[in-house]
Write a protein that binds this ligand. Structure first.
Ligand code: NAD
Ligand code: TYD
Length: 351
C-alpha cells in the first residue's frame, strides 16, 4: 500500500476512510483521491488533509468511467492499491432514474478493473471493492446475511452493486487479479449527505420540519458507525484472504421508527425546540418506497473469526457523536444542500 487510489473519496464513506488512513500509524503511503464530484461529492470533506499531508495526498477530479483518465492516474502515481467507493448510492434516486447507477456502478467498476488488469502486468495491484448487504435482498423476521447468502437484489441500486461484485469476483478468478470485496450494512456518521435516513431526520428535526417515515416504519436496518466500517476495510485490505468476500455489520438492528424516535429524543435533550414542541410530533408516515426491502441483518462471524474485527460503537454512542457533528457543521449542511441537490428535490417533490 504505497500509492493507494481511493475512488469516491469526496463522498461520505470515502472521505471518512481517507481521514482514517491518515490517522492510522501503520499507513505511510500516498493517497490519490479520484472523484467526479457529483452532487454527493464534496472536497470540503477533506479540509485539513490537503494542508497537513500535502506531500502524501492528491485530489484528482475525474469520472471513473473515463478509462484514459484512469490509466493516466495509474501511470502518473504508480498506483499499487485501489479502494473503490465511487458509486451512485441512494436507492430512491435509483428508482427515479437508474441511468447513472448503471453507468457508474457497473461500467465504472468494469473500466477500473480493465485498467487494473492492464497495469497489473507490470506491477502487482490489489483491488478492494466496497459493496453493500443490499445485494442479498430482503430477510424475513429471522436469520442473517452471510458471505454464503445467494444474491437477490431488489432495487436498481442493489442490482448495479451486485453486478459490480460479480465483475470483481470474475476478474479475480479469470485474470488472477488480487481482489477483496466487503458487503456492509447501513452506515451513519459525519459527512453523510442529508438525503439518507439518519442525516435527513437530524436536519429536518433540527429545523422542526416533518420527519418522513416510509410505510409503517417497521423496516429493519443494521446500523454501522462509519469509523468502524473504515477500520474493517483497512483490515481486509491488509490481511483479508485474496479473492475473499467479507460481510460487515454493526450488531445493531433497529426498526426505522426506533431510529427516528431515538434521534427526536436525543435532539430534544441536547437542543430543545424553541417552540417547546416535542420532535416526535413531527413524525409523518408517507407512501412506502416501491420494492422496499423489509429487513437487513448481518452475521459478521467470518470477519470476526479471521481478522478479529468487531464494531466498537453502539448506536447510543454513535448517534450522539453523529448528532453533535451535524450541530457543529451547519455551514457544511447548507452548502451540500444547495445547487444540484436542491434542483433534484424540486423535481421530485416540488419543494
Ligand atoms: P456517496 O454517495 O456519499 O459518495 C459517492 C462518491 O462517489 C461521491 O463523492 C461522488 O462524487 C463519487 N462518484 C459518483 N460517481 C462517480 C464517478 N462516475 N466517478 C468518480 N466519482 C464518482 O456514497 P457513500 O455512502 O460514501 O458510499 C460509498 C460506497 O459504499 C458506495 O460504493 C456504496 O455503494 C457503498 N455502501 C454505502 C453504504 C451506506 O450506508 N452509505 C452501505 C453499504 C455500501
Ligand atoms: P436509506 O438511508 O435511504 O438507506 P437504504 O435504503 O440504503 O437502506 O434508508 C434507510 C431506511 O429508512 C430504509 O428502510 C428507507 C427508510 N427511509 C424513510 O423511512 N424515510 C426517508 O426519508 C428515507 C430517506 C429513508
Amino acid at each position: 500500500m504505497k500509492n493507494i487510489l481511493v475512488t469516491g473519496g469526496a463522498g461520505f464513506i470515502g472521505s471518512n476512510f481517507i481521514h482514517y488512513l491518515f490517522s492510522e500509524k501503520s499507513f505511510t503511503g500516498r493517497v490519490v483521491n479520484v472523484d467526479k464530484l457529483t452532487y454527493a461529492g464534496n472536497p470540503e470533506n477533506l479540509d485539513g488533509i490537503s494542508d497537513r499531508f500535502a506531500d502524501r495526498y492528491v485530489f484528482e477530479q475525474a469520472d471513473i468511467c473515463d478509462r484514459e483518465s484512469m490509466a493516466a492516474l495509474f501511470e502518473r502515481y504508480e498506483i499499487d492499491t485501489v479502494c473503490h467507493f465511487a458509486a451512485e448510492s441512494h436507492v430512491d434516486r435509483s428508482i427515479a432514474d437508474p441511468d447513472a447507477f448503471i453507468m457508474t456502478n457497473i461500467m465504472g467498476t468494469y473500466g477500473l478493473l480493465e485498467t487494473v488488469r492492464r497495469f497489473n502486468a507490470s506491477r502487482a495491484i490489489h483491488f478492494h471493492h466496497v459493496s453493500t448487504d443490499e445485494v442479498y435482498g430482503s430477510l424475513g423476521n429471522a436469520g442473517f446475511f452471510t458471505e454464503e447468502t445467494p444474491y437477490r437484489p431488489n432495487s436498481p441500486y442493489s442490482a448495479s452493486k451486485a453486478s459490480s461484485d460479480h465483475l470483481v469476483r470474475a476478474y479475480g478468478e479469470t485474470y488472477g487479479l488480487s481482489v477483496t470485496t466487503s458487503n456492509c450494512s447501513n452506515n451513519y456518521g459525519p459527512y453523510q449527505f442529508p438525503e439518507k435516513l439518519i442525516p435527513l431526520i437530524i436536519e429536518n428535526a433540527l429545523n422542526e420540519k416533518p420527519l418522513p417515515v416510509y410505510g409503517d416504519g417497521r423496516n429493519i436496518r443494521d446500523w454501522l458507525f462509519v469509523a468502524d466500517h473504515c477500520r474493517a476495510i483497512y483490515l481486509i485490505m491488509n490481511q483479508g484472504k485474496r479473492g475473499g468476500m467479507y460481510a460487515i455489520g454493526g450488531r445493531c438492528e433497529m426498526e426505522n421508527i426506533q431510529v427516528v424516535t431515538a434521534i427526536c429524543d436525543l435532539l430534544d435533550e441536547i437542543n430543545p425546540c424553541r417552540s417547546g414542541k416535542k420532535r416526535r410530533d413531527l413524525i409523518t408516515f408517507v407512501k412506502d418506497r416501491p420494492g422496499h426491502d423489509r429487513r437487513y441483518a448481518i452475521d459478521f462471524s467470518k470477519l470476526h473469526n479471521e481478522l478479529g474485527w468487531e464494531p466498537q460503537e453502539s448506536f447510543e454512542t454513535g448517534i450522539r457523536k453523529t448528532i453533535l457533528w451535524y450541530l457543529d457543521h451547519p455551514a457544511w449542511v447548507d452548502r451540500v444542500k444547495s445547487g444540484e441537490y436542491r434542483s433534484w428535490m424540486n423535481q421530485q417533490y416540488g419543494e
